[in-house]
Design a protein around this ligand. Structure first.
Ligand SMILES: C[S@@+](CC[C@H](N)C(=O)[O-])C[C@H]1O[C@@H](n2cnc3c(N)ncnc32)[C@H](O)[C@@H]1O
Length: 216
């Protein structure tokens, strides 16, 4: 079972909410850090159009090829292999975005601070990270032992302030369901166990929309 592409992604609604509240528009220049399979990069590319530019950055060299394939019809997407800790771009961008990234890095503050360095003064940072243990399957908390910071979403607004960014908006959103459907399929994919008719609340994704101070 595979979840490639935004359409099949159960977290597409939190992403759509974030892009809508942010006011992402044509011709924006953006970076998606920890781009993975390129779902977010493609979603950003659809909004910014050919006048915009999306740098899809990931530390895993395999991601560059996967993203390049996912975004093959979007010439505005440029896939790069870089660690978020070492992020360098050929230009300043309007938006630096990350989703399900900070939960995996050694020091999330280092990556957030680095993201801020590539954004123009007055530009935007959007981070979407989970509170894994707040998710439930049949009433029992989710766990994700492979992640370094599985509950980092709960700390995200504080981290954003610690790196000197101004919070514009912040909220949490979680897909839920029971029985056959994409939410159950997603849990099956994550846990390799079919949840049957169990009630599921996926880990809420905390989104923070922040601005780099003008004149930074
Ligand atoms: C769970 S995936 C999320 C992919 C994508 N952002 C999404 O929401 O679908 C995490 C991605 O972050 C990448 N990653 C992990 N540590 C990283 C780092 N320090 N710098 C850049 N990318 C990193 C991994 O290679 C992986 O592709």
């Amino acid at each position: 079972m595979e979840f490639k592409g935004l359409r099949d992604d159960v977290y597409r609604r939190p992403l759509a909410t974030a892009l809508d509240r942010l006011g992402l528009d044509e011709a924006w220049r953006c970076v998606d850090v920890g781009a993975g399979g390129g779902d977010v990069a493609v979603a950003l590319a659809e909004v910014v159009g050919r006048q915009g530019r999306i740098y899809a950055v990931d530390s895993d060299p395999g991601s560059r090829d996967v993203t390049a394939e996912a975004a093959s019809t979007y010439s505005q997407v440029i896939a790069l292999t870089q660690a978020g800790e070492d992020l360098v771009l050929p230009e300043q961008v309007d938006l630096a975005f990350c989703r399900f990234l900070l939960m995996h890095v050694i020091d999330p503050l280092v990556v957030l601070a680095r993201m801020a360095t590539v954004v123009r003064p007055g530009g935007w940072i959007v981070a979407q990270e989970p509170v894994t243990s707040a998710g439930r399957i049949d009433g029992q908390p989710f766990s994700m032992p492979v992640a370094r910071h599985p509950d980092i979403g709960a700390l995200l607004p504080g981290l954003i302030r610690q790196v000197g960014l101004d919070i514009v908006d912040a909220w949490a959103e979680a897909p839920a369901g029971a029985g056959p459907g994409v939410v159950a399929d997603y849990v099956h994919f994550l846990t390799e166990v079919d949840p049957g008719d169990d009630a599921i609340v996926l880990p809420p994704l905390v989104t923070v929309i922040a601005r780099v101070p003008a004149g930074n």
